[in-house]
Design a protein around this ligand. Structure first.
Ligand code: ADP
Ligand code: MG
Length: 614
């Protein structure tokens, strides 16, 4: 049989080739990924065949892939020592669409009537992607089956292909591409090397480019973690993370249901965003059976986990998936959910098992977790478990979880309380803290204004409402012996309201003060002092906010109130000044006094009066 047989491509293949050949698109380089992945598949199948005990031609030759470039001839050749193809297999596999990847592409094309040819660029189209760059493709193949001869398959794309016998071939497949004029760059070693490093670094068979070994780092994520040494993990992290420090955390896991996943995730030792390097991008790459599908895969994790680095490999991903549609496929969402939940569970475990490391992690990355609470409803609860705060009953610098706080709650305490302050001393001196101190109830101290929003969004933890101390509806446990009678208090509050007029919304007797004479409380149920401050800061150039309406609460047990009550009958003007000063003092305590200059004038005249009395 020396004569060439001529074959026609199946109609669908002809249609596909039409698009491949006549469309220009950006991602031409993926043909290398596709041909290498076919070579790797063939090597894998050979291994399987060998292990099943079947006789194999040249069984001493190990499965491997070799690529050579010839820039003078303008060719690139991909050779594998895999299981090769028989005559029938060449016809079946390289002339029809009986195989997976190409079929998926054609299906998509049929569904998408507007079938923009640009679309093809987002697909790998398997073997046929070779025709994006080649004017002629030659395949030499010899099956593993000892009795099978070798064959040469050639095609210039359109019109079909020829098959002729080829003598003395080694086992496996050798594919040579005669590159089109505009694709000659793929005959350059440096170009090809870059592409292989990008897509095929972890292919589990040796890849040589012009006799130089390329893929030396193993896809350790696919191995059993008990067999992986610490140094191997570190080497791998350095390779994929481009970070010479050791990671803070590492999570290596695999799952079978609901999706087949192998993942190796790292938390870098430092938060690069705080180092002033701008917003980070997730550096988790998505693989399908060790072949890169998408670098820095968008949508694989929620935004607030963008500090993660690593690898996710899922067999359930079609290799030829479109990049654009990738982000919103339900498959991607499922992956996202499984991975995120698993990672949060891991952090929760670490917080117990590796408390010191977790504290360091929290120090670096708490902003991300809090961003998650505010933006990600799905994982809010799991994130709540990971938050840590200083608390009134713990030493300065010590942090507690909400769960531990809850475990310390007395049975009559129903809510979780938090207090925003500039620092611990300010929190402990705050009038809003007095009622808690008196009751010996624990309060979480928040030092970051955003934490108030975090608590608002979290809303509840373990079935208990999170309450800002300022908004807590609490009474002192014991009735305070009043310096003023109930009646006297009542007329004093009335007088205060008349005297202060529009400066306050309402004046009432406080049930929460011990040491302070008075306190202001925002009359808006949902507004706190710090929220007002933030809104003001954000609105700097805009129109003014409607003025804050504060309720003024007084402490009738405080000596100042008793004296004020006496003074208002003797010297109403002086008492009025003092009342205004007490209100301003309360505003200072709440961080709400906008212009202290008016207050200073008044204070000076009060001092003058005090001094002339003596
Ligand atoms: P897919 O890899 O998704 O099946 P391809 O178009 O890449 O689709 O390949 C088509 C088929 O051709 C493969 O399924 C395989 O049977 C065969 N094939 C391609 N390249 C090789 C190779 N190097 N060695 C053996 N068989 C191959
Ligand atoms: Mg393929």
């Amino acid at each position: 049989m020396s004569q060439a047989e001529t074959h026609h491509f199946q109609a669908e293949i002809q249609q596909l080739l039409n698009i491949v050949i006549h469309s220009l698109y950006t991602d031409k380089e993926i043909f290398i990924r596709e041909l290498i992945s076919n070579g790797a598949d063939a090597c894998e199948k050979l291994r399987f065949t060998q292990s099943s005990g079947k006789p194999v031609h040249q069984s001493e030759v190990a499965p491997a892939i070799a690529i050579t470039t010839d820039d003078k001839a303008g060719t690139i050749t991909i050779t594998d020592t895999g299981l090769g193809m028989t005559h029938a297999e060449l016809v079946e596999n390289l002339g029809t669409i009986a195989h997976s990847g190409t079929k998926a592409f054609l299906k998509q094309l049929a569904e998408d009537k507007k079938a923009d040819v640009g679309l093809i660029g987002q697909f790998g189209v398997g073997f046929y992607s070779a025709f994006m760059v080649a004017k002629k493709v030659t395949v030499l193949s010899r099956s593993f089956a000892p009795e099978e001869p070798g064959w040469q398959w050639t095609s210039e794309g359109m019109g079909g292909y020829e098959i002729t016998p080829a003598a003395d071939l080694p086992r496996g497949t050798k594919i040579t591409l005669e590159l089109k004029d505009d694709a000659k760059d793929f005959a350059q070693e440096s170009t090809v090397e870059r592409i292989i490093q990008r897509y095929s670094s972890f292919v589990p068979f040796p890849i040589e480019l012009n006799t130089k070994r390329l893929n030396t780092v193993q896809a350790i994520w696919a191995r059993n973690k008990n067999e992986i040494k610490e140094e191997e993990y570190n080497e791998f992290y350095t390779f994929i993370g481009h970070d010479h420090d050791q990671p803070l955390f590492r999570l290596h896991f695999s799952a079978d249901a609901p999706l087949a996943i192998q993942a190796l995730l790292f938390v870098p030792s430092r938060n690069f965003e705080t180092l002033g390097m701008g917003r980070m991008d997730s550096e988790v790459n998505l693989y399908c059976r060790k072949i890169l599908i998408q670098a820095k895969a968008k949508g694989l994790f929620p935004e607030w986990l963008r500090f993660l680095k690593g690898v996710v490999d899922s067999e359930d991903l079609p290799l030829n998936i479109s990049r654009e549609t990738m982000q919103d496929t339900s498959l991607m969402q499922k992956l996202n959910k499984v991975l995120t939940s698993r990672f949060l569970k891991f952090l929760d475990e670490q917080s117990v098992k590796e408390a010191a490391a977790y504290e360091k992690f929290y120090g670096e990355y708490q902003r991300f977790l809090k961003e998650g609470v505010v933006t990600d409803f799905t994982h809010k609860e799991a994130l709540g478990k990971l938050l840590r705060y200083e608390s009134s009953t713990l030493d300065a610098g010590k942090l507690t979880s909400l769960a531990d706080y809850v475990s310390r709650m007395p049975s009559d305490q129903k809510e979780i309380y938090c207090l925003l302050a500039a620092n611990r001393a300010a929190a402990e001196a705050s009038p809003y803290f007095e009622v808690f101190k008196e009751r010996k109830w624990e309060v979480l101290f928040l030092y970051d204004a955003w934490d108030e929003f975090v608590m608002e969004h979290l809303h509840t933890f373990d079935g208990k409402t999170l309450k800002l101390a300022e908004k807590a509806d609490l009474n002192l446990s014991a009735k305070k012996e009043g310096a003023l009678s109930e009646e006297a208090s009542k007329s004093l509050t009335q007088w205060l309201k008349e005297t202060l007029g529009d400066k306050v919304n309402n004046v009432r007797v406080s049930q929460r003060l011990v040491d302070s004479p008075a306190v202001v409380v925002d009359s808006d149920k949902f507004m706190t002092a710090s929220m007002r401050r933030m809104m003001k800061a954000m609105k700097q150039d805009g129109p003014d906010l409607p003025p804050a309406k504060q309720d003024f609460e007084i402490n009738p047990a405080h000596p100042i109130m008793a004296r004020l009550d006496a003074m208002r009958l003797k010297d109403a003007a002086l008492a009025g000044s003092v009342a205004e000063q007490i209100l301003d003092n309360a505003r200072v305590a709440a961080g709400l006094l906008e212009d202290p200059r008016a207050m200073l004038k008044r204070l000076d005249s009060l001092l003058e009066k005090v001094l002339t009395k003596e």
